[in-house]
Ligand binder design. Structure first.
Ligand code: 2BA
Length: 110
């Protein structure tokens, strides 16, 4: 058995969870926050058999879109009370999904 941990964007979480459920995958959704952008995202935990991993990855790949996020930050982050004029805005590409695949030692349901 494997545990798939997929960090995805909130915009894709509902439809992806529906699609995974409809294809026989059990999913737990956690509300999470990205460390860099500090923006809310979703982390899905999907426990499944090894033979079904490719099917789950295909569903995730089809439904999770890469997006561009605008970030505004001080040009010199060491300068306290930075005037507005000294901020810069740039684009950051956020991936459709970041996925970890772990081996599960035991799986118990009571
Ligand atoms: P965030 O940490 O908020 O990162 C959002 C996006 O910002 C990243 O997209 C990446 O394009 C950029 N980014 C992140 N850290 C950066 C840095 N130190 N310098 C410059 N740009 C940086 P993704 O790579 O697609 O990641 C999307 C979200 O997936 C991340 O949100 C984080 O929540 C999670 N994630 C990605 N890689 C991870 C990892 N190795 N371990 C744990 N979580 C990860």
């Amino acid at each position: 058995m494997k545990l798939l941990i997929a960090i995805i964007q909130n915009e894709d979480a509902y439809i992806l969870t529906e699609e995974l459920n409809n294809n026989g995958f059990q999913v737990t959704r956690l509300n999470t926050v990205g460390g860099f952008l500090k923006k809310k995202n979703s982390t899905l935990m999907i426990g499944t058999q090894e033979e079904k991993i490719d099917e789950a990855l295909k569903i995730i790949r089809n439904l999770c879109k890469e997006r561009q996020e605008l970030v505004t930050a001080p040009i010199d982050p060491t300068f306290i009370d930075t005037p507005v004029a000294n901020y810069a805005t740039g684009g950051v590409k956020v991936g459709g999904a970041t996925i970890f695949i772990l081996d599960v030692e035991d799986f118990i349901k009571y």
